[in-house]
Design a protein around this ligand. Structure first.
Ligand code: ANZ
Ligand code: ZN
Length: 855
């Protein structure tokens, strides 16, 4: 642990800098004055919502929270000083599994556990000194909030955007609930890391796939990190290809060419190389069910072989991911054959689990010469490999030498060539480029009614129901005669009942099923006995629209007033973690698109700008964790050094988008800097000292202003802090201990510091400069660009004490640049070339002397 006393070595003639005292004092003052309460509109000011991801009330604020909130606060404060009506909102994403698990562990209930955590974390958040507008706080567990979550679900249900269907879902056996695909990481539950099972259950779903194209296309216009866009595009996974029909032959007991197998391919240009067809075990099972692979009865001809049945059974028990990653390909001949619709060759149909039932049509045309998986499969089972694409370079003959050409050719023979090139061995299509052949092949098949263009997506509809207690009840009622009936609007919210036993059950039912008084209701349609839906919503539903509520958090009649929505949104800048690249950011976009289509919001993208912040590591550069013992507790650091130091240290530590190790020594360095600022500005109260207001002082202030303005606008906090440090160095040089800074220059310095260290800035502003009003509503200082254009100086350059040249340089040049310019002088070069430079002595603004050895 680092002791406070190590800072007391700093000479201090004035009252010592006591962050603990001043920070509490100003936080109280700001709250009393409603300094951060944001009006709906201010004349001639533009509304600007700076959004950060609202926290989950886990119970304790860690350093990552500080990183996520205290640094954007600097940006928010800056924009406010630049004349915007800035809303920096805060709330809690308070439903969810961890609350239930923690409540079970601590023998309490999720509601009390969550409320207690929110209260504690609110106190911690306030210690940051951020300009959160607490009057607009939202919590997703507040019935006045989730009334609208339920209402939105019902609006989407009315329009078919929410529906119920039986699907194969990811089931976490430990948490006993369904997980979205996005919540399964490497086949394991994202939260508890248990191996995820596959189960078929009826679920509530959102039709996210309806917007697949717009979710992919609209990324183009967003000011988002490219990595986030790529992650979303991959998640949506649009691929443009074709569906092609292959007639089946040799189907037991069926006349030829009556049945077809449909395949999805992105490489229709390779169709002449399709030497077999592979169907997924799922599709093969369907074929068995309708008798295409023969009968199941023993005895008699045309029976489905045991080998095929065993293979399918085994394959179906595996997860998709496992199947895709398997090194050794497995499969079995199905017993039927197909006709390649263009080459008209008879080719075998195999069953193999590397083809997935849930993608495309669940069947493929296998092109072993040009698809690696097909190639491995063909090699293993001795199937025909036929080359139909050659790299263009081979034909155009741009290869370096003939021997090289031969080498490459054999490589292509031996290996699978997956690239684009020229089509060969393909009838009339030979000679075309693969890209052009693709379209021609599909068009030709289309004219024969054997194929068509087709887009396919990896994106699946969003399974939103959870068989858990601590979530928003799904506002539906199940009636034996009417089916599912929506809860009427006027009965919203459907409040979550208090439950003694909220533990999950093994039978796949939500714990809410036990609340019989709550469950048993009358059908809103026919009035007969009916039951409430007992599943609750995935918490990602709650967080898909919270930014809308910030614009009008107290509205009782609507989720938010249209004019208020219009005046604040879409969000111009959203700052958060890269872990939300897909799920949260995709779901919020889906919600916005749905609400837009339903006419409730005037835009179809929620977040125009997005930046991801990096992750803070432990002092040793490893991920912070209790077990590693490298956790830096922000409360402890605040107690030692104050919030201003912690804020500025985190800003200084690393580029914001990268993050890095948190080093207590660095914290001390920043703390010393604030001591120096304190000491320097405090001298202002010593009336006897003369004031200094030189050109150099205004040059330093203007330069810092220019650079900080640029960097703070771009969220480049670390360089802002180093600018402040450089500024203080320059000011201290110009204004010695026996003098003090002028009032105007002191003001400018404090204004430049205010977004970063709001408490010390306030103290110096009000108590030292004697201002009557807070510094924070002040405008950002202007600077005069002409001050930055400095006159030139003539500097003699000596080599070993002898003047060799006189160079002309701008007065503001840095020492490094001066040294460089001096060595570039032709006259100097002659005298130092081939010699070792021992040192370079600089007398600022007067002289430079290069000392060389061997003269
Ligand atoms: C023939 C072919 C030849 C293919 C070639 C590729 C290369 P993306 O781009 O990811 O959409 N495919 C189609 N459905 C499949 C399924 N259910 N399971 C496994 N693989 C499947 O991939 C499309 C390609 O993946 C398709 O194009 C198909 O193989 C395969 F030289 O068809 B291709
Ligand atoms: Zn009914």
């Amino acid at each position: 642990m680092i002791l406070r006393s190590s800072c007391d070595t700093i000479p201090n003639t004035m009252a010592a800098y006591n962050p603990d005292k001043i920070e509490k004092k100003w936080q109280k003052y700001w709250e009393e004055k409603n300094l951060y309460k944001v009006p709906d509109s201010v004349a001639r000011k533009k509304n600007y919502m700076l959004l950060t991801e609202f926290p989950y009330p886990s119970g304790n604020l860690h350093i990552g929270h500080w990183y996520a909130f205290a640094l954007p606060d600097m940006h928010a404060r800056y924009l406010r000083m630049r004349g915007k009506n800035v809303l920096y909102p805060i709330g809690f994403d308070a439903f969810g599994l961890p609350a239930e698990n923690a409540a079970i562990k601590h023998d309490t209930d999720p509601a009390s556990w969550t409320a207690k955590n929110i209260a504690f974390m609110t106190k911690q958040l306030k210690s940051m000194g951020a300009m959160f507008d607490w009057s607009r706080e939202v919590s997703t567990t507040d019935p006045e909030y989730y009334r609208w979550t339920q209402w939105m679900f019902l609006k989407m249900y009315e329009k078919g955007l929410a529906y119920r269907a039986k699907t194969k879902v990811n089931w976490c056996p430990k948490d006993k609930t369904v997980l979205a695909n996005e919540q399964v990481v490497n086949g394991r539950c994202e939260r508890c890391e248990s191996e995820v099972e596959q189960k078929e259950i009826e679920q509530w779903m959102f039709r996210t796939t309806k917007y697949a194209d717009s979710l992919a296309d609209d990324l183009e216009n967003l000011d988002w990190p490219e990595t986030t866009k790529i992650a979303q595009r991959n998640w949506i996974g649009r691929s443009e290809g074709a569906i092609i029909k292959f007639p089946l032959v040799d189907v037991p007991g069926q006349p030829d060419k009556k049945h077809f197998v449909e395949v999805f391919t992105t490489r229709a240009d390779t169709i002449f190389g399709a030497t077999f067809v592979v169907v997924s075990p799922e599709l093969a099972q369907k074929w068995i069910d309708v008798g295409w692979l023969g009968s199941l009865e023993h005895g008699g001809g045309g029976k489905v072989s045991d080998e095929v049945q065993d293979y399918i059974k085994k394959a179906l028990s595996k997860r998709d991911l496992e199947r895709m990653e398997e090194k050794e390909k497995t499969g079995v001949f199905s017993g039927v054959n197909a006709i390649n619709p263009l080459s008209e060759e008879k080719i075998p149909v195999w069953v193999a689990d590397y083809v997935l039932g849930s993608y495309g049509t669940g069947a493929i045309m296998a092109v072993p010469a040009h698809d690696e998986r097909d190639g491995e499969f063909a090699t293993k089972f001795g199937l025909t490999i036929k080359k139909v694409i050659v790299p263009q370079s081979v034909n155009v003959n741009i290869l370096a030498s003939p021997s090289d050409s031969v080498k490459r050719d054999t490589r292509i023979e031996a290996e699978c060539f997956t690239g684009e090139g020229e089509v060969v061995n393909s009838g009339d299509f030979s000679g075309l480029l693969s890209i052009d052949a693709r379209k021609k092949v599909i068009t030709e098949l289309k004219s024969k009614n054997l194929g068509d263009f087709k887009k396919t997506y990896r994106l699946r509809d969003w399974v939103l129901s959870r068989q858990r207690y601590w979530g928003v009840p799904i506002p539906m009622i199940k009636c034996a005669s009417c089916g599912y009936v929506p809860v009427p609007d006027k009965e919203l919210p459907v409040e979550l009942p208090k439950l003694k036993d909220f533990k999950p059950t093994d039978d796949g039912h939500s714990p809410l099923a036990k609340a019989s008084k709550w469950v048993n209701v009358k059908c809103p349609k026919c009035g007969e006995k009916a039951e409430r839906e007992t599943d609750t919503m995935d918490t990602f539903v709650d967080s898909s629209w919270y930014f809308l509520r910030y614009t009008d958090p107290k509205n009782k009649n609507k989720f938010a007033d249209e004019d208020k929505i219009k005046s604040w949104l879409p969000v111009p800048m959203y700052i958060g973690g890269a872990e939300h690249n897909t799920m949260h950011l995709l779901y919020s976009r889906f919600f916005t698109k749905a609400l837009h289509e339903l006419g409730y919001v005037p835009f179809n993208e929620p977040f125009v700008g997005r930046r991801n912040h990096g992750i803070i590591l432990g002092p040793n550069g490893q991920k912070m964790s209790k077990s590693r013992g490298n956790v830096v507790d922000p409360d402890e650091q605040v107690k030692l050094y104050g919030a201003d130091t912690v804020r500025m240290y985190l800003a200084f530590m690393a580029p914001y988008d990268q993050g890095g190790p948190c080093d207590p020594k660095g914290i001390l360095g920043v703390h010393r800097f604030l001591h120096r600022v304190w000491h320097f500005v405090s001298r202002f109260t010593e009336d006897k000292l003369p004031t200094v207001d030189s050109k150099e002082i205004w040059y330093a202030l203007s330069l810092a202003n220019k650079n900080i303005s640029k960097d703070l606008g771009l969220l480049q906090f670390n360089t802002c802090i180093s600018e402040l440090m450089k500024l203080l160095n320059a000011l201290e040089k110009e204004c010695s201990e026996s003098s003090r800074l002028s009032a105007k220059a002191s003001e400018t310095l404090i204004l430049l510091l205010a977004p970063f260290a709001p408490h010390i800035a306030e103290e110096l502003w009000m108590e030292v400069l004697g201002k009557k009003e807070s510094v924070h509503p002040e405008s950002w200082p202007e600077y005069d660009e002409s001050l930055l254009v400095q006159e030139n100086l003539e500097i003699p350059v000596q080599v070993n004490g002898k003047v060799r040249d006189v160079i002309t340089i701008p007065a503001g040049i840095s020492e490094e640049e001066l040294k460089k310019t001096a060595q570039e002088s032709e006259k100097v070069k002659i005298n130092i070339s081939g010699k070792k430079i021992v040192k370079i002595i600089v007398v600022p603004k007067k002289l430079i002397n290069i000392v060389v050895a061997g003269d």
